[in-house]
Ligand binder design. Structure first.
Ligand code: PLP
Length: 379
């Protein structure tokens, strides 16, 4: 089955029951058991729920994976992944990761005797020289907000030689454009709040794995940490996924048009997008079928960023990304404020960096809006 078909027909729980064309929502928190010692698969909502299971089966199919797990947010999924670590372990992360992930490792790790380290790039990291306490690498590719690309296959090959697990945050790409497990990653995490959900109305996270032992751990974490996705949101996410392929295609097309327009505009000094640097573009082309629809930029010196943002009419000033509507945000104060100022400067999250999430509106309208805002920003 092709991806576009699988998003519609990939998994439909209980179709046999009443031949309903959309899957039912099971709200029950508990399930009657046939008898003492004769327990059926569903007992209590935290351990398992048919609506959540249907979503998880659908996502696993789309990812080309054995197992998927739905969590109450992207951060809940990431927290679950970090629960695999033991005291004394160290994790390496690329230096511009989502601010919430950084907030977690920089505030919570120390309470569990865990260590983290930011790396400029995994692409030319010498894995052989890493200290033996490095047990995992956490790759966000393309990264947030600088859209840096990491070669997943190369990093996974080298990490595995050292017995290091590879975690990929695939939020910006989704399985429509990139399937990290097929490139050698051990664990894929998502903020499904973004493209998977796509309408700014569901908070959700996903973890995807092939390994059975890891799958058992994540099931245990769902049951034990209690950070699961609700039945209603599990249903809503299945509904969103039906248009994932269509949406991603349109997001990508619009982003290409906006990227081309901004690249040629004298009011834009720098653009951050996976295709900007030759080496990263080659990696992106080899491991993904698209570049996604988030791009960051720095305006030319003769444009005022605050005026530009204020003048935009179709781009709301809001955190988040990956939804049908276009958004603009200021990473330094809105999504990456957990990075100390010095660190922001060091990694390149500049005070004048602006991030755009390109929606699925008419690309001509988006470009016209950017044009008038760039004109209004002229000093
Ligand atoms: C790349 C990335 N990963 C993880 C998260 C966290 O996800 P959530 O907001 O669903 O908890 C975000 C949220 O912005 C994100 O952009």
């Amino acid at each position: 089955m092709k991806y576009d078909t699988e998003v519609i027909h990939g998994h439909h729980s209980n179709k046999e029951a009443n031949r309903a064309v959309v899957p039912p929502v099971y709200l029950s928190t508990t399930y009657a058991q046939p008898g003492l010692g004769e327990y059926q698969p569903y007992m209590y909502i935290r351990g398992g729920n048919p609506t959540r299971a249907a979503l998880e089966a659908l996502v696993a199919g789309l990812e080309g994976a054995q197992y998927a797990f739905a969590f109450s947010s992207g951060m809940a999924a990431i927290t679950a992944v970090f629960n695999l670590l033991s005291a004394g372990d160290r994790v390496l992360l690329n230096n511009n990761v989502y601010g919430g992930t950084f907030r977690y490792v920089s505030h919570i790790f120390k309470h569990h005797s865990l260590a983290y380290q930011l790396v400029d790039t995994f692409n030319d990291l010498d894995f052989e020289s890493l200290s033996p306490d490095v047990k995992a690498i956490f790759i966000e590719t393309p990264s947030n907000p600088l859209l840096q690309v990491t070669d997943i296959r190369k990093a996974a090959e080298q990490a595995h030689k050292q017995g290091i697990k590879v975690i990929v945050d695939n939020t910006f790409m989704t399985s429509y454009f990139q399937k990290p497990l097929g490139l050698g990653a051990d664990i894929v995490v998502y903020s499904a709040t973004k493209y998977y959900a796509g309408h700014s109305d569901i908070l959700a996270g996903l973890v995807v794995v092939n390994d059975e032992a890891l799958a058992e751990q994540f099931h245990f974490f769902q049951k034990t940490l209690g950070n699961v996705l609700s039945p209603q949101d599990s249903y809503m996410l299945q509904r969103s996924i039906k248009t994932l392929a269509l949406r991603m295609e349109r997001h990508e097309k619009n982003a290409q048009a906006v990227h081309a327009y901004l690249t040629a505009h004298p009011g834009v000094a720098t653009i951050f997008y996976p295709t900007v640097h030759d080496e990263e573009r080659r990696i992106q082309e080899a491991q993904s079928t698209g570049n996604g629809a988030v791009l960051s930029l720095i305006l030319a010196e003769d444009r005022d960023p605050a005026r530009f943002i204020a003048a935009l009419r179709l781009f709301d000033l809001a955190v988040s990304l990956g939804s049908v509507e276009s958004l603009v945000c200021h990473p330094a104060t809105m999504t990456h404020e957990s990075f100390p100022l010095e660190l922001q400067k060091k990694v390149g999250i500049a005070e004048n960096l602006i991030r755009l999430s390109i929606g699925i509106e008419d690309s001509g309208d988006l470009i016209a809006d950017l044009e008038q805002a760039l004109a209004a920003a002229k000093i």
